[in-house]
Design a binder for this molecule. Structure first.
Ligand SMILES: C[S@@+](CC[C@H](N)C(=O)[O-])C[C@H]1O[C@@H](n2cnc3c(N)ncnc32)[C@H](O)[C@@H]1O
Length: 125
């Protein structure tokens, strides 16, 4: 999966920042966003153009701004509110790249407890 070659890339749930490491995007094109002030203070961290402390379900961007929205291990907080915002702010033909954690880990973080054996079998199939 390749990120857009031009334009801004918004990294949601950035933590220490992963967009340069995983996608090779230059720091001058990356805006990091996280709802946790503590995560914005992590060090060492990737360089970027700007850091935004806010919730990705309400993004302070006008419509059609970045060419890419990316997020790594975002499943526990990704919902329709975020997907709607990503669609709103992306330029036409913009790219959304997300990775999710392992099913068991994501489920635990969402507060849904441990999966049953049957649920695990279905998830693996
Ligand atoms: C599992 S960590 C992943 C951090 C980073 N993406 C990585 O792969 O190293 C999830 C991150 O999402 C952030 N987060 C959770 N809910 C969020 C929300 N609604 N809006 C923005 N960030 C959120 C957390 O503060 C945390 O930094």
């Amino acid at each position: 999966m390749s990120p857009p070659q031009k334009g801004l890339i918004l990294e949601v749930g950035c933590g220490r920042g992963r967009t340069n490491e995983y996608l090779g995007v230059a720091a001058a094109r990356i805006i990091q966003m996280d709802s946790s002030a503590a995560m914005h203070s992590l060090s060492p961290r990737e360089e970027c153009l700007a850091q935004l402390h806010c919730d990705c379900r309400s993004i302070p961007f006008a419509n059609s701004q970045p060419s890419g929205v990316v997020g790594f291990l975002v499943d526990p907080f990704m919902g329709l509110g975020f997907l709607s915002e990503a669609y709103r702010i992306l330029k036409p033909n913009g790219v959304l790249i997300l990775t999710t954690p392992a099913y068991e880990w994501g489920r635990a973080i969402r507060g849904e407890g441990d999966p049953t054996d049957s649920e695990l079998s279905n998830a693996i199939l």
